[in-house]
Write a protein that binds this ligand. Structure first.
Ligand SMILES: [Ca+2]
Ligand SMILES: [Ca+2]
Ligand SMILES: [Ca+2]
Length: 336
């Protein structure tokens, strides 16, 4: 069982971030504030506490919390993820378990009577003693990796105890709010300015952006035809005309000195992989992918020019139809 880490003087940054921003970008290392938190009370089964300033966790109350991690690319490697909650009071010591929630919920409507179900096995636990005040942490790395890869859906976590009685600060507070501290490595196709881009024309250059790597290091990069990646498979040959090495800045961000693929491009679906341990093999949990962004399984898509024109025309048709439909609805509103 994991012992709690009560952090008396965590970085001042952490104290501020939760309430101020959804997350704080720092080269593959981010503090994310909760976007939903609440508690539910067995003795007040019809009452919602989504706007409360405290979560109570005890024999009759469960906590619920959710953090959005969608901004992390699906092919990223999560190297650590820690749930941090500030315990304002521990009236009675005990173990506080974190369980993954398995259905959607919203802090504005959740109550004991409609609380979502959770998995039967706990993701992590922490033990606190009576009188402990301060930060308590849970290691949720493996599960956040599953959220990012899509292996599990992220409906957040439920906080449950059998023997404890604790009070936790919520995102409604101005400081010491809940945070999810995530470190990850990622690689993404992008334009020359570093903006993520997944559809390229034949005359475009393909660039790549990535973060969370070792400082000032070189890594093998492969731009390959769209593949289904399995742990231990040999990395397929790179597409002709693509670069084979990338370098990182002092902060572990991939340098954008040159495109990874200069135009003219060849139409098709592609993935990018950084072979972090330089062994020519795709190692799940170590190497990072640009994968599953477009055309279902590709990291990026190079589209023939005639198809690009057709795509634009199709998009214009959809937009015109949407405007037409909304005007029609205004003229003939539906009766409820
Ligand atoms: Ca793929
Ligand atoms: Ca490898
Ligand atoms: Ca991509």
């Amino acid at each position: 069982m994991k012992k709690p880490k009560t952090i008396a003087l965590l970085m001042p940054l952490l104290l501020l971030i939760g309430a101020l921003t959804p997350y704080f970008a720092h080269a593959g290392y981010e503090y994310i504030g909760a976007d939903n938190d609440a508690y539910v009370d067995m003795n007040k089964a019809q009452t919602n506490y989504g706007g409360a300033e405290y979560i109570y966790i005890n024999a009759t109350c469960n906590g619920l919390i959710h953090f959005a991690v969608d901004f992390i690319p699906s092919g990223a490697v999560v190297t650590s993820a820690t749930l941090n909650l500030y315990f304002k009071e521990v009236e009675h010591g005990g173990s506080i378990y974190v369980y993954r929630i398995t259905k959607s919920w919203w802090e504005g409507s959740v109550k004991w009577s409609n609380q979502p179900p959770h998995e039967t096995s706990a993701t992590a636990s922490a033990t606190v003693a009576a009188g402990d005040v301060g930060w308590v942490t849970w290691d949720v790395t493996a599960e956040v990796q599953e959220f990012v890869s899509g292996a599990k859906k992220n409906f957040g976590w439920k906080l449950i105890t059998d023997d404890g009685n604790v009070t936790v600060r919520t995102k409604e507070q101005s400081s010491n709010c809940p945070t999810l501290e995530v470190a990850f490595r990622s690689i993404e196709s992008c334009d020359a300015e570093g903006n993520e881009k997944d559809i390229f024309q034949l005359t475009d250059d393909v660039w790549a952006t990535g973060e969370g790597f070792e400082a000032s290091t070189s890594y093998p990069i492969y731009v390959v035809s769209d593949a289904a990646w399995t742990d231990g498979m040999h990395i397929p040959d790179s597409v002709s005309g693509t670069i084979s090495t990338v370098y990182t800045e002092e902060n572990g961000v991939i340098m954008r000195q040159t495109p990874v693929w200069n135009h003219p491009l060849t139409p098709g679906k592609y993935d990018i992989v950084i072979d972090v341990n330089s062994n020519g093999v795709y190692d799940s949990g170590i190497d990072v992918l640009d994968d599953n962004d477009i055309q279902v399984t590709a990291g990026f898509f190079v589209i023939p020019e005639y198809a690009f024109g057709a795509l634009i025309s199709l998009a214009a048709c959809f937009a015109a139809f949407a405007v037409f439909k909304s005007r029609l609805n205004l003229l003939h509103p539906k009766l409820c």
